[in-house]
Design a protein around this ligand. Structure first.
Ligand code: AMP
Ligand code: ZN
Ligand code: FE
Ligand code: FE
Length: 277
């Protein structure tokens, strides 16, 4: 079973609309995908409707941005109940924090002589999802402030750079419990990005397991074979499943769809319901 369990659409910082992500996945021969936009479930219904139409299984997914002090942690959630008031209220709370961050970022850019029109950035996105720093970076490029998105991050938007705005985010423990409380499967995204030593990561995973963590994204595209093996061993140690994906954004960050396929184990298939039609 060819899968990709980490894909972004233009409901967050991807470039393609949900329908197109599904269509491209089908053409790439994938039989099961998950849409995992940053901090929003806005694209899920559209992607799932398209999946039904073209014969691709589309899992509900989300990638929550969490942080603990200076450490940024992304928590993937799958198969949660997105119809509950609890889920929707919490997602609204997260969206409000992001919106406030974006307003402050807009002010900061103006202070640095790089005014952007935030309403225009919102209008240019699909309008229904979450706006992230990549949308700001693209606008900075189109206004000629920077040559590339990469330069915008390296010089201004990246953590510790002059226009970086700190914002309150869920703790990794909160994000994990939230997904679990909504009946979903919480998975630690791209553990290599957390840049913790092995012992700290082991303790961290052990702690998150107490909050309902069910998996580790060991098969992330930037992990080499040795790292995949090590993260898979860590998953085994705590009885967690292994997931994987491309982090496709439609250019820029991540791989293109179908370039690196994830083949789930039977236990991953079972936990994520991949056998079900
Ligand atoms: P935000 O959640 O709005 O703070 O934006 C974070 C997103 O920006 C990440 O998920 C990446 O997709 C993207 N990002 C972070 N750092 C970089 C970077 N150095 N270059 C390009 N994209 C980045
Ligand atoms: Zn992203
Ligand atoms: Fe991420
Ligand atoms: Fe991602």
């Amino acid at each position: 079973m060819k899968c990709d369990l980490h894909l972004h659409t233009d409901c967050s910082d991807g470039l393609y609309p949900p329908e197109k992500v599904v269509d491209v996945s089908r053409k790439a021969g994938l039989s099961c995908i998950a849409i995992t936009d940053h901090d929003t479930a806005a694209g899920l219904d559209r992607a799932r409707a398209e999946g039904k139409k073209v014969g691709v299984k589309v899992l509900k997914g989300v990638e929550l941005s969490a942080a603990d002090g200076e450490v940024t942690v992304h928590v993937l959630g799958y198969n949660f109940d997105d119809t509950s008031k609890y889920f929707q209220d919490k997602m609204q709370e997260i969206a409000t924090l992001r919106e406030a961050r974006n307003r402050r970022l807009t002010e900061r850019l103006a202070e640095y002589g790089m005014p952007v029109d935030y309403e225009k950035i919102v209008a240019q996105s699909s309008g229904s999802g979450s706006i992230g720093r990549p949308a700001f970076a693209r606008e900075m490029v189109s206004l000629g402030y920077c040559a590339t998105v990469r330069e915008a991050f390296d010089k201004f938007l990246g953590a510790g750079k002059p226009c970086y705005v700190k914002t309150r985010r869920l703790l990794p423990e909160e994000a994990t419990r939230f997904i679990a409380d909504c009946g979903g499967i919480a998975v630690l995204a791209h553990p290599k990005n957390i840049k913790m030593g092995w012992e700290n990561l082991d303790n961290f995973v052990s702690r998150l397991t107490d909050f309902g963590l069910r998996g580790i994204e060991a098969a992330y595209f930037t992990h080499n074979i040795r790292e995949r093996k090590a993260y898979t061993a860590l998953a085994k140690k705590y009885h967690l499943i292994v997931t994987g994906g491309s982090d496709f954004h439609g250019g820029g960050h991540g791989l293109s769809i179908g370039k690196r396929v994830f083949y789930p184990s039977s236990i991953t298939k079972k936990v994520l319901g991949l056998y079900e039609k």
